[in-house]
Design a protein around this ligand. Structure first.
Ligand code: FMN
Length: 196
């Protein structure tokens, strides 16, 4: 396992990992993740992590605190903040995303995250379940989180997600809050290491 690198955050240095959690064939996840990534303006660095592209070891090898270093551990460790893009499956977020979370530990710690969920009714159960899990990993979730109701009904003729302006403003507000936390917590990780 790797731990988060000690690095000083500056406005030019914020790196955000956008993590798309669904792995189904014909999934909508990458479409929503693309909408989120497009809203993250420079100088923010964006790293898109599609869980469908990540080969994790067998869960029989998992132990408390994660497991052997995964192929994306360094990318998660390098991030200052996370956007979790997740569908709602049966009143929660998908098992594929939980596996990615469980296979890492120090990489998540003392960093912020925001959540963009989607589903028939907006994915709010997925948001709340994810908040509790992230708290256990010392991840601070933003007050704002976005629940997209039936986003498949708002695709443009090129298949891109094209919601109304209010949702785009909501995303901007969530990302603004996320960036504030990213800068504050990067400084805090450097200046005031948590010793418990
Ligand atoms: C196994 C499964 C369970 C689902 N359960 C819910 C649910 O509880 N609430 C909801 O709003 N939508 C539910 N849906 C609908 C999904 O939110 C919708 O299909 C969405 O597009 C799935 O995201 P994906 O295409 O990225 O996999 C479910 C879909 C699947 C495949």
């Amino acid at each position: 396992m790797t731990t988060s690198p000690e690095r000083h955050s500056s406005p030019a240095g914020v790196r955000v990992a956008v993590i798309s959690g669904s792995v189904r064939k014909d999934r909508l996840g990458p479409t929503i993740a693309g909408w989120v990534a497009a809203a993250l303006d420079r100088p923010i660095e964006v790293d898109l992590i599609d869980v469908a592209d990540v080969a994790l070891p067998d869960d029989s090898l998992l132990y408390p605190g994660g497991g052997a270093q995964s192929e994306v551990a360094d990318r998660i460790a390098a991030a200052d903040a996370f956007v979790f893009v997740t569908p709602e499956y049966n009143h929660s977020y998908p098992a594929s995303l939980k596996r990615l979370i469980d296979w890492h530990y120090g990489e998540w710690r003392l960093k912020p995250a925001t959540i963009v969920a989607y589903g028939v009714q907006g994915g709010h159960a997925a948001i709340e379940h994810l908040r509790g899990v992230l708290a256990e990993l010392s991840v601070v979730t933003t007050r704002r989180a976005l629940g997209l109701r039936a986003p498949w009904a708002s695709l443009d003729d090129q298949g891109r997600y094209a919601p109304d302006a209010e949702l785009s403003r909501g995303l901007t507000a969530s990302l603004t809050e996320l960036r504030w936390w990213a800068e504050v917590l990067a400084d805090a990780r450097r200046d005031r290491p948590l010793t418990i």
